[in-house]
Ligand binder design. Structure first.
Ligand code: ADP
Ligand code: MG
Length: 309
């Protein structure tokens, strides 16, 4: 059965720096091309944590060296990350598809996503971005007025506001490309957060969670499936603890109960399961899959991953 699907790529699909990204996308585009080859209509989204962190740091260092040149807002850094990641992905995807004899375009849409200026996330920054720091580096950043936080036992990172996406601004452009057979890369890094004042869109200093942006994108294009590709093959209860159990299929209600019971870490698995539940709840035949990047094809064939329906 041919499906229309949003594939959300996690950090492991892109690596942590330029060299890693060029290597990682070769593997990533194989997973995407498998689905295209099977006849599915595919739209790709991705995270941008390390990349936007790198760009923002580079921009602020430039500003320090050239104080007369204004500092670059985070929204512009997100736009730069979409272009840089999109360039690598569309280039590698083009090559992989041509190698398989598939002559389809791949194109990146610089995507703005409207957020609510009154979203309470703006008062409570919670989204870790950029490289991992040790405690000492983190304390130095904090002393400079940056918000820093311990990220799921992996070290310290900067944190920024992470408002909920309300609407994809370029949705009609994305649909037009999709309907013409193009493999679209959109809403990268969760999209560029903007608020609207009449016809004017203003960039916000925030990073939208890519899992939530992927969910709203999947709803907007009337997708059948939201596929979240990450670094684990399945979602677990009691993850990393005694009684750990990997889940193959869960209902929306079960997933909601497991969220309540605290099985999923905030900032990593929680937004994925929440986005998966929201998409699966939004229409009769809609479902979500969370699985390993390399297992995308097996996942859509129902052979692995965690299905939420
Ligand atoms: P991505 O970069 O793909 O968004 P994250 O690292 O943010 O990925 O989140 C995925 C990670 O969440 C997994 O690799 C795993 O280490 C962690 N995780 C936390 N809780 C769970 C859980 N209950 N089941 C599976 N993985 C979990
Ligand atoms: Mg992540």
């Amino acid at each position: 059965m041919k499906k229309r699907m949003v594939i959300a790529l996690g950090g492991n699909a892109l690596g942590n720096n330029l060299v890693e990204q060029m290597e990682a996308v070769k593997v990533t585009v194989k997973a995407i091309a498998d689905l295209v080859e099977d006849g599915h209509e595919v739209i790709v989204t991705h995270g941008n944590g390390p990349q936007v962190g790198m760009i923002q740091r580079a921009m602020s260092e430039y500003h320090k060296l050239n104080p007369e040149s204004p500092n670059i807002p985070l929204s512009v850094c997100v736009a730069m990350s979409q272009a840089y990641i999109g360039y690598d992905l569309q280039n590698a995807l083009r090559e992989e598809l041509l190698n398989r004899g598939i002559d389809k375009g791949a194109a990146t849409v610089i995507t703005q996503v409207r957020v609510d200026p009154n979203d309470k996330a703006f008062d409570n920054p919670s989204k870790p971005i950029g490289r991992f720091m040790n405690r000492e580096e983190a304390m130095q950043e904090a002393a400079k007025g940056e918000r820093v936080m311990e990220d799921a036992g992996r070290g310290y990172r900067k944190v920024v506001a992470s408002p909920r996406p309300v609407e994809i601004v370029e949705i009609n452009t994305i649909k037009a490309l999709l309907n013409n057979g193009v493999v679209v890369i959109a809403a990268g890094g969760g999209g560029i957060p903007v608020t609207s004042r009449g016809n004017h869109l203003k960039g916000m200093s925030a990073v939208i969670d890519k899992d939530f942006a992927s969910c709203i994108l999947a709803k907007s294009i009337d997708a059948d499936c939201l596929m979240i590709l990450t670094a684990v093959e399945k979602v677990a209860i009691n993850f990393g603890k005694p009684g750990e159990r990997w889940l193959s299929s869960i209902s929306i209600n079960e997933a909601k109960r497991l969220i309540q019971e605290g099985h999923f870490s905030a900032g990593s698995m929680l937004p994925k399961v929440e986005a998966a539940v929201e998409f699966a709840s939004s229409g009769e035949n809609r479902y979500s899959i969370i699985t390993l990047l390399e297992k995308a094809r097996e996942g859509i064939r129902g052979k692995t991953g965690t299905i939420i329906k």
